[in-house]
Design a protein around this ligand. Structure first.
Ligand code: 5GP
Ligand code: ZN
Length: 114
């Protein structure tokens, strides 16, 4: 638990968020500033600042991807397709330093990204 971390506060329920999936180690909730009709964040409950820190825990990363796939199917965006994003560090555009996977869907996404 990192005390100034907004996502740790969501895990601890001191900040309210719409929770879409939860298990012992993972939480998924709606992004407050959605960039698409579906915009979900999948996070580990434990605080890792970024994906590099989570390298020691590949099973956790696998479980996070499993949650992404489950949510994509549940939200009905699996067939049309979706975008998954993990921003890392300043050049990656990371703004919240608690590892998260963005699941975006419900519209077309350009490539390459801006
Ligand atoms: P990043 O830029 O770090 O990859 O993504 C951080 C994401 O967290 C952004 O999409 C932003 O809208 C979202 N976010 C920031 N603060 C909150 C919050 O308090 N609650 C929720 N649900 N999402 C947040
Ligand atoms: Zn945190």
């Amino acid at each position: 638990m990192s005390h100034n971390c907004i996502f740790c506060k969501i895990v601890g329920r001191s900040i309210i968020s719409t929770i879409l999936y939860e298990d012992a180690r993972i939480l998924a909730f709606e992004d407050t500033k959605p960039q698409a009709p579906i915009h979900i964040l999948v996070i580990p409950k434990v605080h890792y600042s970024n994906i590099l820190e989570a390298a020691e825990d590949m099973p956790l990363l696998g479980d996070m991807l499993t949650a992404v796939m489950r949510l994509a199917r549940e939200k009905g965006i699996a067939d049309d397709g979706f975008r998954t994003v993990i921003n890392t560090g300043p050049n990656g555009g990371q703004t919240v330093y608690h590892l998260h996977i963005h699941l975006l869907g419900g519209r077309f996404f350009k490539w390459p990204p801006g």
